[in-house]
Design a protein around this ligand. Structure first.
Ligand code: ADP
Ligand code: MG
Length: 486
């Protein structure tokens, strides 16, 4: 059998997009194969729509290049690209019926006529023509059949349900025979039941049409269900590109793990090959090749934790059951291992207040290098014991380094102080994300000059909240950057 060759249909090379100097998409590179169903997944504001709009041609990259079928189309306007977009808001014409909504674009479109003319300078051009009435009717009926609306031609779009309206929007995009269909949260406005049905319909449509679908959603379940490939984004940066199974089983970092389904995430140390320490215990794992005593994150899925009798020889640690809630097809159990909270999914009920044994298979400890282990800011000295951090002056032990010396200021995660009141801190910022690490929260705060602080705190800070950031002088370590190495 001949193996089908994969051909790239879309490729982005080092594409960035900034608004007023603020990066929305930050140096992304990826390619999408013909016929693939690719989903951009990430929290609101991570740059999914901006990426899609750049592929569509509605936004121009600040830097980088976009290719479709191997051609650089970075400068090509939207209507000349072989792509069509379906938006969350259907943007249908309320005064037109279903047929005319779908036919609208076709009526305006000019296509090659097969007839030629020669201009004064002798250059030959192909004449353009409009679609005939019959052609339009045939095309519209064909796509309406595809989206299951063949009897709705004459209906007023405002009389349709949300799901039906969205199908009209999809038909309108498909009638142009795009090579690539771009869908930006197309099911976002539908209720849960309708959304589930439409997910299946879209998957069937994708199979039937054989064209490339590029889908945007913030809903991880939707992404896991529908896609061949998922691209996880955060802060405009791609975190992982992989199949749904791989993203779920082997998340690239703590953010992906936290975003995809519920997870237990602990800070840990790789003591040696196959030996990890977390929750104040040492466990066997299947990972190797880390530095001795390297700080890492350990991720354990709730469904990979087994509850066994505490006197069973396989019990690795003893845990205390705090709560047990039935969730329809499993019990969600919270158990304490010392000061660490463990979320467990079990088919059997657990008894609150009981001590139980915990068993986890070695390959269910997912070990990930930490994105960083300390906050490091490249900056300079303002005077011999004052350093600039994000545009504010901080007292520090600058070891007498003169004004203007380029330095790296390091601040441990647990030494950054977050204030509820923005004015109480020296730097203002916004909470981007908070991950519970079993016994404390790791909070990510984007300062107004875009430096992103990692902060270990006891408080669960709300995403999107404005906060102030403070740092005590003794917690700032200063190191001069050597300038003479060029
Ligand atoms: P997502 O679709 O993942 O929710 P977007 O791509 O819409 O994210 O936005 C990414 C970031 O870019 C956000 O911080 C958003 O506020 C910003 N942004 C998007 N479009 C514009 C614009 N036209 N002007 C200024 N900022 C924008
Ligand atoms: Mg969006």
């Amino acid at each position: 059998m001949v193996k089908k060759r994969r051909t790239k249909v879309i490729e982005l090379k080092n594409v960035s997009k900034s608004y007023d100097g603020k990066p929305a998409v930050d140096n992304v590179s990826f390619s999408i194969n013909k016929g693939e169903f690719v989903t951009f997944l990430g929290p609101s504001g991570c740059g999914k729509t901006t990426t899609l709009r750049m592929i569509a041609g509605f936004e121009k990259p600040t830097s980088g290049k976009i290719f479709i079928d191997g051609k650089d189309i970075t400068e090509i306007p939207p209507h000349l690209r072989p792509v069509n977009t379906v938006f969350q808001r259907y943007a249908l014409f309320p005064h037109l019926n279903v047929f005319n909504n779908v036919a609208f674009g076709l009526k305006l479109k000019k296509i090659p006529s097969g007839q030629y003319y020669t201009d004064k300078s002798g250059q030959k051009f192909e004449k353009l023509r409009k679609y005939t009435k019959e052609e339009i009717k045939r095309k519209v009926n064909e796509v309406l059949r595809l989206v299951d609306l063949e009897d709705y031609e004459a209906r007023d779009v405002s009389s349709l349900s949300g799901g039906q309206q969205q199908r009209v929007a999809i038909a309108r995009a498909l009638v142009n025979d795009p090579e690539v269909l771009l869908l930006d949260e197309p099911l976002g406005a539908l209720d849960l039941k309708m959304r589930k049905d439409m997910q299946i319909e879209l998957m069937n449509m994708h199979k039937k049409l054989g064209i490339t679908f590029v889908y945007v959603t913030h809903d991880q379940e939707e992404a896991l269900t529908m896609s061949d490939t998922i691209i996880v984004m955060r802060h405009g940066v791609i975190q992982q590109i992989a199949t749904p199974k791989k993203i779920y089983d082997e998340p690239a970092n703590a953010f992906v793990a936290d975003f995809i389904g519920e997870s237990n995430i602990f800070s840990g140390i790789m003591l040696d090959d196959f030996k990890v320490s977390c929750m104040d215990h040492v466990f066997e794992c299947v990972d190797k090749g880390f530095k001795k005593n390297q700080e890492i994150d350990v991720i354990i899925r709730p469904e990979d934790i087994y509850i066994i009798p505490k006197d069973n020889h396989a019990a690795m640690v003893i845990a205390h059951i705090e709560s047990c809630v039935f969730k329809g097809d499993h019990y969600q159990i919270i158990a304490m291992v010392g000061e660490y909270e463990l979320v467990i999914h079990e088919t059997n009920e657990a008894i609150v207040g009981e001590d139980i044994g915990i068993f986890i298979k070695p390959f269910d400890f997912h070990i990930m290098p930490k994105a960083r282990i300390i906050n490091e800011i490249e900056t300079e000295m303002v005077s011999d014991n004052v350093v600039d951090i994000c545009g504010s002056n901080f007292d520090c032990n600058g070891m007498g380094l003169p004004e203007g010396t380029k330095v790296i200021a390091s601040i441990p995660f647990d030494k950054v102080i977050i204030f509820d009141n923005e004015e109480d801190g020296k730097i203002g910022g916004e909470v981007v994300n908070t991950i519970y690490k079993g016994s404390y929260y790791q909070c990510i705060v984007r300062a107004d000059n875009y430096y992103i602080f990692f902060v270990d705190t006891q408080d669960d800070w709300l995403k999107g909240d404005r906060v102030g950031i403070g740092i005590n002088p003794e917690d700032i370590q200063i190191k001069a950057i050597e300038q003479n190495k060029s």
